[in-house]
Design a protein around this ligand. Structure first.
Ligand code: PMP
Length: 350
């Protein structure tokens, strides 16, 4: 606290990002990045962009990338909004679409940035416990509210909600925006983008950080009705007109132009997720069924803290949350086959 701080900052409880280690050679399974590099076409596109044009501002609307994403998802470019990672897109959503004086609804447990945005913008929230099986019950999201947001699959549980259930939530909230945060949708789920033309209250966010291996480039987007996109553009243009730089725009576009690379990487994560799940279960772990690039798991006899620090001593980092319902769990990102082998071996000796 300092006399120079504005009162709001005084009360802020910021998000704590997962560790980005400063030393090399760790098996890094803690922040759900892709274990594979981006497509070589992405690197080529970024290299081609390293020229005199860097002295010029980028296209503030990112038209070319928006067109690519729109075509990929079968929507109109007017239905696409780009941001510096989906975190920034989400920040603009909270500011532009969730300020209705009523509490917004999101699950407990979920992505820890949601309460942070509520704190930043003074938005009330009601956090709704997951079921005993760590699932979202759509019936819990049908009462009066200022908006609804949840990840699908949820994070850090990995549990997936079928589109029929999402439709129930959308039908019950015709006057409020329902945001489906699809950071992990490419690892087995079906995107709710297929519903946007039927639901003007639906906004879907996605990221290139996970399935397209571009966490370092910071590109995310939202898809929804043009009225919702217009609200986000107003917020963006009152904050930072150029959220995506020239390299990010070029690299992200190229990522969509290498579908086979994308599919192979996703399939490999899905296959390895199944193998890791089985191996952990053989060691007595309980593993939640996951449709993401990570699993949430616990051992009935070994504490989460003990396991996380034991792995760390072996050079393997995973995520351990000090949160009520999941304090005994580990969230483990699915890595390459050899990283996963190291994890399985490491846990077996703890
Ligand atoms: N939503 C969820 C559920 C996430 O786990 C993450 C990654 N931390 C994000 C959004 C943000 O991803 P990014 O900003 O890298 O697009």
């Amino acid at each position: 606290m300092s006399k120079f701080w504005s009162p709001l900052v005084n009360d802020l409880v910021p998000y704590v990002p997962g560790e980005q280690p400063k030393v090399a050679n760790l098996v890094k399974l803690n922040t759900n990045e892709s274990p594979f590099g981006p497509s070589p076409k992405v690197i080529e596109a970024i290299q081609a962009e390293l020229n005199d044009s860097l002295r010029l501002y980028p296209d503030p609307e990112g038209d070319s990338l928006r067109q690519t994403i729109a075509t990929y998802h079968g929507v109109d470019p007017q239905q696409v909004f780009l941001g510096n990672g989906s975190d920034e897109v989400l920040a603009h959503i909270f500011y532009g679409l969730f300020q209705h004086g009523e509490p917004i609804l999101f699950p407990d447990v979920t992505y820890s940035f949601y309460p942070v945005y509520c704190g930043l913008y003074g938005i009330d929230s009601r956090q709704i416990p997951l079921t005993d099986d760590f699932e979202i019950d759509p019936a819990d999201y049908c009462g009066s509210n200022g908006g609804v947001i949840f990840p699908n699959p949820n994070a850090p549980t990995g549990r997936y909600l079928a589109l029929t259930h999402i439709e129930k939530i959308l039908d019950a909230n015709p006057d409020r925006v329902v945001v489906v945060d699809e950071a992990y949708i490419d690892f087995g789920g079906t995107s709710a983008i297929t519903l946007v033309d039927r639901y003007p209250n639906l906004l879907v966010t996605q990221t290139l950080s996970k399935s397209r291996a571009l966490a370092g480039l910071r590109v995310g987007f939202a898809v929804g009705h043009p009225d919702l996109i217009e609200a986000l553009n107003r917020v963006k243009n009152s904050f930072n007109s150029y959220p995506l730089d020239r390299l990010a725009l070029a690299g992200a576009k190229a990522a969509y132009e290498d579908e086979s690379w994308f599919r192979e990487c996703c399939q490999s994560v899905i296959t390895e997720r199944q193998r890791v799940t089985q191996a952990l279960e053989q060691q007595g772990f309980e593993v939640l069924p996951s449709m993401a690039n990570f699993v949430l798991t616990r051992h009935p006899d070994k504490s989460g803290d003990y396991l996380a620090s034991g792995l760390r001593e072996k050079g393997i980092i995973v995520r351990h949350f000090n949160k009520p319902r999941i304090s005994e769990h580990l969230r483990i990102t699915i890595g390459t086959a050899s990283q996963n082998d190291a994890l399985i071996d490491g846990l077996s000796s703890l």
